[in-house]
Design a protein around this ligand. Structure first.
Ligand code: MD6
Ligand code: FE
Length: 202
């Protein structure tokens, strides 16, 4: 389903068993690379969303700024690998000739949200960004290429895949809130969003 040029939603692309298997793999990633609470560059204001990464590069944000780096800032270790099923999903859906080199893991508790933003910290702004949602539903806001453009609201449900590519790669988007109790995937509730990115040009 094309929501606007270059923005494709694949509702319920992952069935429940695949979601459960992916969740197990995400738990292993978090065990190796504990969730971090990013801070806004400059002010140091904490994000409500907690994050970690897999792959050769991971996105981090602190007072010094946003960047991609090869190691976890807490442990100093390389990020764990991107799960193979996510690499297969990218091959299947992303329509891009090289694999992702970063997988950002966002964890939302019932009060977390993510302000309207563009994903533009990647060197390669032509490669798509692919996201997978797990757990509670998100009220997701999708805008246009300018911050002030009109926006629409949609739900992202567990198993949904969203791709921002082509003319939609730099659309503004964010998460207004999550809907507690809307999914049974995570026993204690909450939402996970995984975004696969290609940071370095090939
Ligand atoms: C989220 N998603 O769903 C936040 N970015 O929690 C994103 O920020 C996002 O879903 C780029 C491409 C797809 C996305
Ligand atoms: Fe984003």
């Amino acid at each position: 389903m094309e929501l606007r040029p270059g923005v494709h939603l694949f509702p319920a692309h992952l069935a429940r068993p695949a979601q459960e298997e992916l969740l197990g793999e995400v738990r292993a990633m978090v065990a190796a690379a504990p969730l971090l609470r990013p801070e806004m560059p400059g002010t140091g204001r904490p994000f409500s969303v907690r994050m970690t990464n897999g792959g050769p590069l991971g996105w981090v944000s602190d007072r010094k700024g946003y960047r991609y780096q090869p190691t976890h800032p807490g442990t100093g270790a390389p990020w764990p690998p991107i799960p193979a099923r996510l690499l297969r999903l990218w091959e299947e859906v992303a329509d891009w000739p090289v694999p992702p080199d970063a997988c950002l893991v966002n964890f939302y508790d019932e009060t977390a949200r993510l302000g309207l933003h563009q994903d533009r910290d990647e060197e390669d702004l032509l490669a798509p960004v692919l996201s997978v949602s797990l757990g509670d539903e998100a009220v997701f806001r999708l805008g246009g290429l300018e911050r002030g453009d009109p926006t629409r609201s949609l739900r992202l449900r567990s198993g949904d895949v969203l791709v921002l590519g082509g003319a939609g790669r730099l659309c503004f988007h964010g998460v207004d809130r999550i809907l507690p109790g809307s999914s049974t995937l995570l026993p204690k509730g909450g939402r996970i969003n995984l975004t696969l990115r290609r940071v370095r040009p090939h």
